[in-house]
Design a binder for this molecule. Structure first.
Ligand code: AMP
Ligand code: MG
Length: 318
């Protein structure tokens, strides 16, 4: 196992590994992905093994252009097309009826497939050089904190992947927003790096999930407990009263707490949700490393990216 810089040579090596059925961790603008040839069922099976992820959880396919991404779907409704034009490349995943070429292991047997075009130039170069869609769940152990640096990947997966491409910290720091369509209306399957408000401006008001959710087990991104640090996490009101001390760590939104804690992280002194989102997982990784038994996490405003931050905190605390 190797860690290589995500420069031209590293990307060439990573693409060759993927073409040969290997598994490579790589940076995207959301979080680090654990990638394999998305059309090779055996290579995809290794992703589940390395992560310890249950097979009923479908994977996201990553393409390097919207034109290529569209070929993975059998049908694209008009408003979905508008979203692709507006937000790809970017942190938006679309779930639509799958093309025949997409293997069942990718979709966990579902008739739909999740596809996205990432915005990170290194990710795009890797997909282009591999010459095929790359299936890539987040590069963490199942249910644990998502990785926003190569060191986070190494800490959780060690020698599992054949290669880790190190591209520094990820720009957005939250997973993609996942959208499907029901009766022509967008449905939010997972809040993420693209605020729902922006999606609704283009595709119209979102509907509550109906049949998209029924009759199938919940996928991990949607499991009640997920994105969890090893310490217990408790959500509190900003500045709320908690028991300080050496056993407790504190995740503040914008203001340092007054008591003495084992470790303190402030997500954004300016109270900026974009900055808070980008720092969320790395702050949680540091608080986890501090060895505190409990992490108090302040609530953030549940609008824009705050919706996705609150979603991750709630699952981490479940
Ligand atoms: P990850 O790549 O680990 O961030 O998570 C991928 C998530 O995408 C899964 O946990 C599902 O919630 C969602 N997903 C992927 N494919 C589908 C699909 N066909 N239908 C509904 N959700 C999907
Ligand atoms: Mg994940």
């Amino acid at each position: 196992m190797k860690i290589l810089k995500a420069g031209a040579a590293g990307i060439r090596k990573a693409a060759a590994l993927i073409r040969g059925g290997g598994v490579v961790a790589f940076p995207t603008e959301t979080v680090y992905g654990l990638g394999a040839d998305g059309l090779d069922p055996a290579a995809c099976a290794r992703l589940f093994e390395i992560k310890g992820r249950p097979r009923f959880d479908p994977l996201i396919l990553h393409e390097c252009t919207a034109a290529r991404a569209r070929k993975l779907f059998s049908r694209v409704p008009g408003p979905a097309l508008k979203l692709m034009r507006k937000f790809w490349p970017g942190p938006l995943t679309l779930v639509l009826p799958k093309a025949r070429s997409v293997p069942d292991i990718v979709t966990a047997g579902l008739p739909t497939v999740a596809v996205r075009v990432p915005a990170d130039p290194r990710a795009l170069a890797l997909i282009k050089a591999a010459g095929r869609p790359i299936a890539a769940p987040s590069a963490n152990s199942f249910g644990r904190l998502s990785p926003t640096t190569a060191a986070h990947v190494w800490k959780q997966l060690g020698g599992g992947p054949d290669l880790i491409l190190d591209g520094g910290g990820t720009r957005i720091g939250l997973e993609s927003t996942i959208i499907t369509f029901e009766g022509g209306r967008p449905v939010l399957l997972r809040a993420g790096g693209l605020p729902l408000e922006e999606i609704e401006k283009i595709a119209g008001p979102a509907a509550a999930p109906g049949k998209a959710r029924k009759g199938r087990p919940p996928a991990p991104g949607c499991l009640k407990k997920h994105y969890a640090p090893s310490a217990g996490l408790r959500i509190i009101a900003p500045g709320g009263k908690v028991k300080a001390g050496a056993g407790a760590a504190y995740l503040a939104f914008s203001k340092k707490p007054s008591g003495k804690f084992r470790a303190v992280e402030v997500l954004s002194r300016a109270g900026n949700l974009r900055e808070a989102a980008a720092r969320l997982f790395s702050a949680l990784h540091r608080l986890e490393r501090s060895g505190a038994a409990v992490i108090y996490a302040e609530r953030v405003p549940a609008k824009g990216l705050g919706r996705a931050i609150m979603d991750r905190l709630r699952r981490a605390s479940a």
